[in-house]
Design a protein around this ligand. Structure first.
Ligand code: SF4
Ligand code: SF4
Length: 187
């Protein structure tokens, strides 16, 4: 397997491990979460026009909405930038507060940021957002370590600007390849 193929394989393994952590650890906690992320405080939800129009049930054209937003008469929780929209400071309209659930959970409409939060694979590492109270960093690191095996060690680093974003990088243990090769040699 080439270096590039093995990096791609590792990234896939990490994506599977991150998704499994979400399903097993994070989602079961959502029903009792003290600060649900779907209230969008402090989180920001990134949306394209199609998602914004559907979730906010907007009737007008995009041009008319943008004009309204520019004039200060749009929804106060929405900001526009780089062709996208950002919602912050008000509960997401798709959030069912009574049942603590998302009304578009299984739908294409759900923004990708919602599926990624709080643990996701990014360029061969796993990123954890510690604003989610369900994330236990040490337990997550152990979870990832189990998924990739003893040939790798996990290195944690917090983002300088946003320290609640922690990257778990996977590094090959020095000599691990040599050990594997040796173990495969016939006796
Ligand atoms: S912050 Fe975490 S535990 Fe709380 S609702 Fe969001 S994903 Fe679930
Ligand atoms: S779309 Fe669903 S998961 Fe995303 S913020 Fe709204 S309620 Fe939460």
């Amino acid at each position: 397997m080439s270096h590039r193929e093995s990096r791609r394989f590792l990234a896939k393994e990490l994506a599977v491990a991150a998704a499994a952590y979400q399903v097993t650890v994070v989602i079961p906690h959502c029903a009792e979460c003290a600060k649900p992320c779907c209230r969008l405080d402090p989180l920001v939800l990134e949306l394209d026009w199609k998602q914004l129009k559907a979730l906010w049930q907007l009737e007008e054209s995009r041009t008319a909405f943008d004009r309204r937003l520019c004039s200060g008469k749009g929804p106060e929780e929405i900001r526009a930038g780089d062709g996208l929209y950002y919602a912050h400071g008000k509960v997401c309209p798709a959030y069912d507060d009574a049942h603590r659930s998302c009304r578009v959970y299984d739908q294409e409409l759900k923004p990708s940021g919602c599926s990624d939060f709080p643990v996701y694979e990014d360029r061969g590492s796993v990123v954890a957002d510690l604003r989610c109270e369900a994330v236990d960093l040490e337990a997550l690191a152990a979870w990832i370590a189990r998924a990739v095996g003893p040939e790798f060690r996990i290195v944690q680093s917090a983002d300088e600007e946003f320290p609640f974003l922690v990257t778990l990088s996977v590094k090959r243990v020095a000599g691990a390849a040599t050990i594997s090769k040796r173990l495969r040699l016939p006796k």
